[in-house]
Design a protein around this ligand. Structure first.
Ligand code: SAH
Ligand code: SF4
Length: 401
């Protein structure tokens, strides 16, 4: 399988053309989440931008300063009940609760691993489900919330459990930010009225189910909410978006969100990457790395993470480690080596400890940090690439049909 590296010609500037952008957006529109209005007509306020929230408030004839108040209660204090908003008088609390809700996905199941990693199966309003994982840092009182962006995935990376589930639908902004908020609920991690800052759930990795850059609009809306200074207020440095390499959308995410970027590389030749990450046939390695080189804000302080799943006898040779460092030379980067996490029916084996260490040493000696990631939550199928739900796609018609 390991053919010598044949670089393909990268387009000098692979920017997103209008046609390409429309194609990606039209395709994701087919998988839109359901509207955020309950059967009783009340609207979910979670997931609205500030401007949209302002429009709702104006519409019911209330003063603009209520927007700031509501935002604070919803995203800073984490309340879900208008009656708990003590700075708002009863009659207005009542009026708000007649028209609006502050929604949360429901935790259908919660499993805790022997290493304290916790996996939530969240059910959304239409019954679809996705998984979210909380990964505590054993050294500190901190941790990362691994969030899903889609139910299923359109891309079928060969080593990934999610990839065996076809795309059911995109998650909406409310569902994406809702996973984080519901996880905070579960750990009672909202600031107290005295204003302590939550620490446990203070990092987001968009590394759950789905390809975030194929659901960019919803992911971007959710991340803007999460980064808003008067709410959850996570800095963009505390958010990492992982992509399998949707090159044109990488530019956009960099310019508009500026979050940390992780790129699922996994192979150093196009022949092998075409097999493992089929998206490579569309955006080959040279184009992907060109997009990494121009990713805004990539500096030594804010390095791009290359993820490399170590598959025994497939991509884990010393020659491949050397080729990897040649390919990424000059990019401020680190390489996360992820031992393959098996799942029922998977066709690969994890690399041996020796292979992992030899590979890591070569990468490290070339000047790149190359941590070997300890699998977390394997016993509850919560580790990288193990997430999958039973959700199936029901036939939905596209708007033109
Ligand atoms: N779709 C995005 C983000 C979700 S996957 C992406 O592909 O980047 C998060 C990471 O887990 C990716 O690097 C992915 O390649 C990796 N991964 C998938 N399956 C895996 C497995 N079985 N073992 C280890 N890592 C895996
Ligand atoms: Fe989708 Fe990422 Fe899994 Fe590939 S690795 S199938 S892009 S979730």
């Amino acid at each position: 399988m390991n053919a010598p590296f044949k670089p393909r010609q990268a387009a000098p500037e692979t920017v997103l053309t209008e046609a390409e952008r429309s194609r990606i957006l039209a395709k994701s529109a087919l998988f839109n989440p359901p509207p955020y209005v309950l059967p009783d007509g009340r609207r979910d306020l979670v997931g609205l931008s500030r401007e949209e929230l302002a429009a709702e408030i104006l519409e019911i004839g209330e003063a603009p300063f209520r927007v700031k108040q509501l935002w604070h209660w919803i995203y800073h204090q984490g309340v879900t009940d208008f009656a708990a908003m003590s700075s708002i008088a009863r009659p207005l609390q009542q009026k708000l609760s007649e028209r609006f809700v502050i929604g949360r996905p429901v935790a259908a199941t919660i499993q805790t691993s022997t290493d304290e990693t916790r996996k939530f199966l969240f059910r959304f309003r239409d019954g679809q489900e996705a998984e979210t994982v909380y990964i505590p840092d054993p050294q500190q009182d901190r941790g990362a919330v691994c969030i899903s962006s889609q139910v299923g995935c359109t891309l079928s990376c060969r080593f990934c459990h999610t990839g065996t589930q076809t795309l059911v639908r995109n998650l909406g902004a409310a569902e994406i930010v809702g996973q984080f908020m519901a996880a905070r609920d579960a750990y009672s991690e909202w600031p107290s009225p005295r204003g302590e800052t939550p620490r446990l759930l203070s990092t987001i990795v968009l590394m759950g189910m789905g390809e975030p850059l194929y659901n960019y609009e919803n992911v971007a809306r959710a991340m803007r909410i999460v980064m808003d200074n008067e709410g959850i207020a996570l800095s963009r440095r505390r958010i990492t978006l992982s992509t399998s390499g949707v090159v044109p959308m990488m530019d956009r995410a960099g310019e508009e969100l500026g979050v940390n970027l992780a790129v699922s590389l996994h192979a150093v030749t196009d022949d092998l990457r075409d097999e493992l990450v089929p998206l490579n046939r569309k955006y080959p390695i040279a184009e992907l790395l060109a997009a990494c080189r121009r990713y805004p804000g990539a500096t030594n302080a804010r390095r791009i993470t290359f993820e490399y799943v170590m598959l025994k006898g497939v991509n884990d040779s010393e020659a491949e480690a050397r080729e990897l460092v040649r390919l990424i030379a000059g990019i401020p980067a680190k390489v996360n080596l992820i031992p393959f996490n098996p799942w029922p029916g998977s066709a690969f084996e994890p690399s041996s400890g020796n292979a992992l260490h030899r590979f890591a040493k070569i990468v490290m000696e070339a000047g790149f940090a190359s941590p070997i990631r300890t699998p977390r939550g394997q016993d509850i199928l919560a580790a990288c690439g193990q997430l999958k739900t039973e959700s199936q796609r029901t036939q939905r018609k596209s708007p033109g049909e």
